[in-house]
Design a protein around this ligand. Sequence first.
Ligand code: UD1
Length: 338
Amino acid sequence: MKRIIVTGGMGYIGSHTVVDLIENNFEVIIIDDLSRSEEGVLQGIKKITGVLPKLYKVNLCDKEGLSKVFETEQNIDGVIHFAAFKYVDESVKLPLLYYKNNISGLLNLLEIVKQHDIKNFVFSSSCSVYGNIDTLPVSENTKLNPSQSPYASTKVVGEMILEEAKVEIPSKFISLRYFNPVGAHMSGHIGESPAVIPNNLVPRITGTAHGKFEKLMVFGYNLPTRDGSCIRDYIHVVDLAEAHTAALKFLSNQENTNTHEIINIGSGNGVTVLELINAFEKTTGKTVNKELTEPREGDVIAVYSDNSKANRLLQWQPKKTIEDMMLSAWNWEIKEDK
Ligand code: UD1
């Protein structure tokens, strides 16, 4: 059984990936400081898979603590690195926090990966690295425009570190550029942490329908798109999780080390904000009280992926529909004991 360390494995994408890895017969060891997730996630993972993964409560900036984990856990085949802060607005207010957490954590981890000669490494990147885009769909060859937030900058710098450090680390690296992850596991046992007040679209839609928020603000209504609202590429978090397992399998089959592949993970479809709200209302029978308003600062108008490289290299393709995304997000929203 291959042994994988997942940093940030208690988080939203991390926990869904842990489930998929276990279901694919990997042994998973989680490192997570629980700063933005809850211990209960571990029970959710157990309810789905029957396996309770080992958890080390360590912050990646604590190099000594991190080293101890890798000294205790020998024969690690790969690392999937999720642990990072991800809120665009927060990063604009607290850039130092974002650089410190996201970059120091990555550097510590890479030094340890080098020291322990761990061969396979998957990095969580983001479509936000593309900045404001003028050609759609976005492929991995699309030129990166200036980043719109410190959060996005930490992902640009993270990828750059891998690209430059690959010469001195005999490992194989993949950066996965996620588009907009949404939804939750169909079992209802894991989803996005309720501890954080959300400002992303889908939790705002479900929270408004549930009465947690008075209304949903639709940011942008007379933009140059088919209905005036922003276009994004929504990807079901379970499909996204599967891309990580596929990435690890791909890396294990590669002989050459000192390599770094960058791969988009999106559905390949652009969906407007209003279309998504409609899909939610149709799928669940709930209505969302909404108000059309001015665009949000820093938002790009339209972005969606060319996901053909993921298909070609990883043999990965998304399977879930927008309806699956909306239904699972709603089930998670109304679950009481989370
Ligand atoms: C951004 C980043 C993404 C990052 C995510 C984390 C870009 C291109 N993407 O996604 O990499 O992982 O933040 O937070 O920078 N909207 C509303 N009303 C709301 C909330 C959102 O209309 O109350 C609209 C937004 O204007 C946007 C769409 O919904 O058009 C999606 O927004 P959101 O879910 O916040 O994600 P992004 O900002 O696209």
